[in-house]
Design a protein around this ligand. Structure first.
Ligand code: M6R
Length: 605
């Protein structure tokens, strides 16, 4: 949620800030603004997308080579111009931008109002500015530390302070922030894509650190004001990852990048038919691994349900799957013999991170499956497997989802082997099947044309259902989420056998049903379910493996995907479901990459 940028250098700041915000726009797009320090601080902010802001910036043409910027996902206060960041304190001591939520903002606000402070916006952010102003002791860093002591909640804050005209200051707690190191110029950002055109050398800011950047210097202070060592890491991400590269939308590009994303993810994990994980599980797991928890949100949660089907079948260990926002508050029963897996593209999702911390406190071994390098979830887990899918920009996840699936396959096989349920030879066969997936995904992408045709029909509908059994069921949840989040068509994903326990009453002539039926053992039952909805007038699109015979007799339309091992089918089945969502949204003329009310990285709970 919300994207922050900061720049100090010798070039004009405004274009660099705007470019950075464009690259962070996936984090929120309710309003945007910049503050540039030239001859005094100029604030320009507008409701809506960066294009609106760009128009105003072109008119005002703020001079100055130092500045901060923000793209907002509204939490406190309407998404309008007044609530847009940056916010300036009453006495002009500080101008700042913020990502996160200040939980005690009402209490602080009332206190500051009593002290004579006047507020312009409804945001929690303005409280940080006024508080800093009130506490200002003439020293930017000590005031920042005192301000942080009074704040409850999460924040990444970047600020310009009066009297420090060559510097940008920042602090963070539970919201991501990086410092980019350039040559005679330095940067701040919520995420790596913002600074990729300029540098790959970064400092990943930790909670409780206070930052001062000038064009030639980066200083990090701890909560006692002591200066810390600045450990620069080089991020290995290509700039293309944050460009559309000729595609109309990032989502289309990312769908087509899936073969590469899967290959780059599994390749480092499989060597000569053996699985090599980048960390070691506790020795005791060999005998005592009791239970596995998978905790995540949204699409990553669907990875968890898929993992349950695969791991329980292959490894014979119970798998509990939790939505992170529930897990963190439900007093889960976990201990040292349990493995907790946290799945997150961004590695910053607030609920998933809080769940990880909860699991650690309870003594479980934690591992994460994360896409963004050095993100907080990756750094705080006992072990991490990176999905090397590259930067994912579209709000709807596609390539990261596919990469996460491929990690689940490798991990399941690894655990099955450790438990003696898969021999070396079986592992060789299974991993060679995994390595064939990128080519098969390429073939599955051939369904682009038919999904585009079908989308013309789906785009006219208000409801749609996805039904499946076994390992196809979580894919139905994913297909349904994908379609509803970007096309705004109401969708539900159902276990096909569950339909007659309520939902079938919603089926009427013309209702569109996508029926996913790739599991041979359950195929006959799926055919019966398809017939039941067909008999009630539903229009059925079946998604099946190539070579499935007789399906044309029961479904109105059929999409064939390549065959693979039953465990690996989700990687192929998901492709037409993503394309249906994509094309339907394009057909409806909606913004595929930035659906309303959503943001890519959910860093507030
Ligand atoms: O960054 P994360 O993977 O932790 O994000 C979790 C969900 O917010 C995410 O999967 C969301 O559901 C996607 N927009 C779905 O396409």
């Amino acid at each position: 949620m919300c994207g922050i940028v900061g720049f100090v250098g010798e070039e004009k700041a405004a274009p660099i800030l705007i470019e950075g915000l464009r690259r962070l726009e996936y984090r929120g797009y309710d309003s945007a603004g910049i503050a540039v320090n030239g001859d005094g601080v100029t604030v320009v902010k507008e409701k809506g997308r960066i294009d609106n802001l760009q128009g105003r910036v072109d008119e005002i043409n703020p001079q100055g080579t130092i500045g901060i910027g923000h793209t907002r996902w509204a939490t406190h206060g309407a998404p309008d111009q007044i609530n847009a960041h940056p916010h300036r304190s009453m006495n002009g001591i500080v101008t700042l931008v913020h990502n996160g939520i200040i939980e005690n903002y009402m209490e602080l606000k009332n206190d500051l109002i009593e002290k004579g402070y006047k507020f312009k916006s409804q945001t929690d952010t303005e409280v940080i500015a006024q508080l800093y102003d009130f506490l200002f002791d003439g020293d930017a860093i000590t005031t920042l530390i005192k301000t942080a002591e009074k704040l409850e909640g999460s924040y990444a804050v970047a600020m310009l302070v009066k009297g420090y005209d060559d510097k940008v200051f920042a602090m963070k707690k539970d919201s991501p922030m990086i410092v980019g190191k350039g040559d005679g110029e330095n940067y701040l950002a919520s995420d790596i894509p913002a600074i990729l055109p300029y540098t790959r050398d970064c400092y990943i800011v930790n909670d409780g650190e206070f930052i001062e950047i000038s064009k030639n210097d980066i200083k990090i202070f701890d909560k006692d004001g002591n200066e810390k060592e600045v450990e620069i890491k080089t991020i290995n991400l290509s700039i293309d990852a944050a460009e559309k590269s000729g595609y109309d939308y990032f989502m289309a590009k990312e769908i087509y990048e899936q073969p590469k994303a899967v290959m780059n993810t599994v390749f480092p994990l499989i060597k000569d038919g053996e699985i090599q994980l980048p960390f070691e599980f506790p020795e005791s797991f060999k005998k005592n691994l009791n239970r596995i928890y998978v905790v995540a949100c949204g699409s990553a949660y669907h990875i968890g349900i898929t993992a349950k089907y695969i791991i329980e079948d292959m490894v014979r260990i119970p798998v509990m799957v939790d939505i992170a926002s529930e897990f963190r508050y439900r007093n889960p029963i976990i201990g040292k013999d349990d493995l907790c897996i946290f799945v997150s593209q961004s590695g910053e999702t607030a609920d998933t991170l809080a769940s990880l911390r909860e699991a650690k406190v309870r003594g479980a071994f934690t591992m994460s499956i994360v896409n963004v390098p050095f993100s907080t979830i990756a750094r705080e887990s006992d072990g991490v497997i990176y999905t090397n899918a590259g930067a994912e920009i579209a709000v709807a996840t596609t390539k990261a989802f596919s990469a996460q699936l491929s990690v689940i396959y490798v991990l399941s096989a690894y655990l099955a082997h450790e438990k003696g349920l898969m021999s070396d030879d079986e592992i060789k066969v299974f991993t060679s099947e995994i390595l064939k997936l990128p080519e098969k995904i390429k073939t599955a992408l051939d369904c682009d044309k038919i999904t585009e045709e079908l989308s013309k029909h789906i785009a006219t509908k208000e409801n749609m259902f996805f039904i499946g059994r076994g390992i196809d069921y979580p894919l139905c949840l994913e297909g349904s989420l994908k379609l509803k989040e970007i096309s705004y068509i109401h969708c539900e994903g159902y276990g096909a056998g569950e339909l007659k326990h309520g939902t079938i009453s919603l089926i009427e002539p013309g209702t569109v049903i996508a029926a996913v039926a790739t599991d041979d053992a359950l195929y006959g039952k799926m055919v019966s379910n398809i017939k039941e909805v067909h008999a009630r007038g539903a229009y059925v699109i079946a998604v099946v493996k190539e070579g499935t015979e007789g399906i044309e007799d029961v479904a109105d339309e059929v999409i064939f995907v390549p065959k693979s091992s039953k465990y690996l089918m989700p990687s192929l089945t998901v492709i037409p479901l993503q394309l249906l969502a994509y094309h339907t949204t394009v057909e409806k003329g909606l913004d595929v990459d930035k659906p309303r009310n959503l943001a890519k990285s959910v860093t507030v709970e």
